[in-house]
Design a protein around this ligand. Structure first.
Ligand SMILES: [Zn+2]
Length: 223
């Protein structure tokens, strides 16, 4: 029995209509997302898999990791993917004051600008992208935090399918089932380019990418 909800129920979409849970079901497109990177142990492998399968994705990075690995952040953008803001220190909004949360949000944006060369920054319009996409760590933020971030012109990107890749209590095949049983056109799927998720991710991601290709769908970056 899973301790978390794999597929976000419609009720939640209805309760938080200003947060993005899923995209149009009419287009044959899915949206893979990778949270908590970039790190050298996992993110370059993810990028290689995406390239092999002609897929684009969105990386919700931790600012602190961007600061440590600016060359990987650069690679993500140079390969046509998007980067979103996931706070600087992976803060739980429910346990963080309003001011501190907003500071974390801004700190991420300034770190991204600082970590990339001007050329990459401009070429990829990352200024626009990093300000546009935000995902709250743990999916937890207060309504006043959300309101302030929306007011900055940001899109708050939640998810439709949680792979559970970070969960040490599930097997690789269970993790794969979480995704394949729930993925649909328009789905936003959460993976993690983190050490915790590495074992499940390395099994699941190539198979999910093959499944997407077999279905004739495409995987696009959110922007
Ligand atoms: Zn996270």
């Amino acid at each position: 029995m899973n301790r978390y909800i794999i597929k976000t129920p419609k009720l939640v979409h209805w309760l938080f209509p200003k947060r993005v849970w899923v995209f149009s079901r009419k287009k044959p497109t899915v949206y893979l997302t990778f949270d908590d990177g970039p790190i050298p142990e996992v993110t370059p492998w993810v990028l290689q898999q995406l390239k092999q399968h002609n897929a684009q994705a969105t990386f919700f990075c931790i600012g602190d990791n961007v600061a440590k690995h600016p060359e990987i952040a650069t690679q993500i953008l140079n390969e046509g993917h998007s980067i979103g803001n996931h706070t600087f220190h992976h803060k739980n909004g429910w346990k963080t004051s309003f001011e501190e949360y907003l500071k974390e949000f801004e700190l991420f944006n300034s770190e991204l600008k600082k970590s990339l060369s001007d050329e990459v920054f401009e070429d990829n319009k990352t200024n626009q992208k990093s300000n546009i996409l935000f995902r709250p760590p743990y999916g937890k933020m207060t309504s006043s935090q959300a309101k302030a971030i929306l007011k900055k012109g940001c899109k708050i990107i939640m998810w439709h399918v949680l792979s559970g890749d970070y969960d040490k209590n599930i097997s690789e095949t269970e993790c794969l089932e979480n995704v394949l049983k729930n993925i649909e056109k328009g789905s936003i799927i959460v993976f993690h380019d983190s050490l915790k998720a590495e074992k499940n991710l390395k099994f699941v991601l190539p198979k999910v990418l093959e499944y997407i290709q077999e279905k004739g769908w495409s995987s696009q970056a959110i922007n």
